[in-house]
Design a protein around this ligand. Structure first.
Ligand code: IFM
Length: 437
């Protein structure tokens, strides 16, 4: 990973990303209960029933964490705001919550870091989950109110905004597979959540446009699917995971391979919502980690079966497949976004890191970043308008249902003492971004 800034286009930005519930410490500052607290409290849902109550204590240590961002020479910090911190019951403002994000954004600006805001990264207030959460169409209006409350306070200083991180995770992973809060396995709930998450995205974009907010985008997690047989299973997986969300936002259509299963369960007159869902954006963010090999399965729709793959794996058990990032960047521009700027808004790997004598030698993570940054260069050479790259994540943090065991950070966190130790991968970014420092 021996890049120079000049190996990337002029004005290409480098950043690192985090999210509120994963690092802040939700027990502090008057934040309300979230559906992740409920999910984690149910035995068996989360490794060791771990939750985000303290996490990395970023709530109190954010200055130190942003010093690390600046020390590495990053241009931008992608962070999120917790709905339940700002509105503990989902609707009423907690002044301490807004004050926290005000201080946080000031601290970014003071250090010369562009604040890249994600409004929602998964901590739905429990009070709204009780009203049906993402299954309830009213979520779009509640989310617009939250959006306005945040932007009225910090919108003057944020550089870019996206409403919702990874709509596939908010809907399919959480309502069909049951692996994330609220832990449902229900096709009807899934269809509604998938549609409503896009409706909420578009409603928030319109609310922000009305406030004069600039530089608005959407962030999609994409996972490549390789055919494991000669059926259309890989295309079905691709349609559910990737093309449903990109298609709704950029083409105002859902793929027929998804409608085959979800069509009967979508809300009435769903087609009428496409003008809101497809409200034009200023950029598109792609979160990319891995691929899967998919074949025809024998279970109910979507009849999918994952096939073992020979590729090297990360600590998550995910294939290392940088070609997928290159192909997604090129394909997204070609099929969905045209000349719109693309950003890799998350990319990174979990690794079983060991801290020894103050050093974390995470060579496999360095190799992962190296290969994926080369994939970005190849996509740019092929004409994809990629303008930035954010590593996931600045800190080791709460990896949702996998608790604190999976380490994605550039900076090691000791979850007993909360000591931060920059890893070798952090040093690599620093030598690229601040040569000779
Ligand atoms: O930790 C998550 C993050 O919250 C969303 N994108 C994927 C990361 C790794 O699983």
């Amino acid at each position: 990973m021996d890049f120079k800034r000049t190996d990337f286009p002029k004005d290409f930005i480098f950043g690192a990303a985090t999210s509120a519930y994963q690092i802040e410490g939700h027990g502090f500052g008057g934040a309300g209960r979230t559906h992740w607290d409920d999910f984690a409290a149910t035995p068996g849902n989360v490794v060791r029933a771990e939750h985000g109550g303290r996490a990395c204590d970023h709530y109190h240590r954010f200055a130190q964490d942003l010093d690390l961002m600046a020390d590495a020479g990053f241009d931008a910090y992608r962070f999120s705001t917790s709905w339940a911190r700002v509105m503990p019951d989902g609707k009423t403002v907690n002044a301490a919550g807004l004050d926290f994000y005000d201080r946080l954004v000031d601290a970014m600006v003071d250090r010369g870091l562009q604040p890249w805001l994600t409004l929602y990264h998964w901590e739905l207030p429990s009070a709204l989950a009780d009203l049906g959460g993402w299954r309830n169409r009213d979520v779009a209006g509640w989310f617009a109110d939250f959006t306005q409350a945040i932007l009225a306070r910090i919108g003057d200083r944020v550089h870019a905004v996206s409403p919702i991180n990874e709509p596939w995770c908010v809907s399919w992973l959480s309502h069909f597979e049951g692996h994330h809060a609220p832990g449902l396995r229900d096709i009807r709930a899934t269809a509604r959540a998938m549609h409503h998450v896009l409706l909420a995205h578009g409603t928030a974009i319109q609310a922000m446009r009305a406030m004069g907010q600039k530089n608005l985008g959407g962030v999609f997690n994409l996972e490549w699917s390789t055919a494991g047989d000669d059926s259309d299973a890989a295309a079905r997986y691709d349609a559910i995971y990737n093309r449903f969300f990109l298609g709704g936002v950029f083409r105002k259509e859902y793929p027929h391979l998804v409608l085959d299963g979800l069509g009967p369960h979508l809300p009435d007159r769903w087609q009428d919502d496409f003008d809101v869902i497809g409200t034009p954006l200023d950029w598109c963010g792609i979160n990319y980690y891995t691929r899967k090999v998919m074949a025809q399965g024998s279970g109910p729709w979507p009849h999918l079966r994952e096939v073992d793959s020979p590729l090297p794996k990360t600590q998550m058990g995910w294939d290392v497949y940088p070609q997928g990032l290159q192909d997604f960047l090129v394909r997204t521009a070609r099929d969905y976004t045209g000349d719109l700027p693309l950003y890799v808004t998350e990319n990174g790997m979990a690794n079983a890191d060991v801290l020894e004598d103050g050093v974390v030698a995470d060579g496999s993570r360095i190799a992962y970043f190296d290969a994926h940054l080369r994939a970005v260069q190849a996509a740019i050479a092929a004409g994809a308008p990629v303008q930035g790259y954010f590593a996931w994540s600045l800190l080791d943090n709460y990896e949702w249902s996998l608790g604190y065991e999976k380490r994605f950070g550039l900076v090691h966190v000791d979850f007993e003492t909360l000591t931060r130790t920059p890893k070798a991968s952090f040093a690599k970014f620093k030598s690229m971004l601040r040569p000779g420092s």
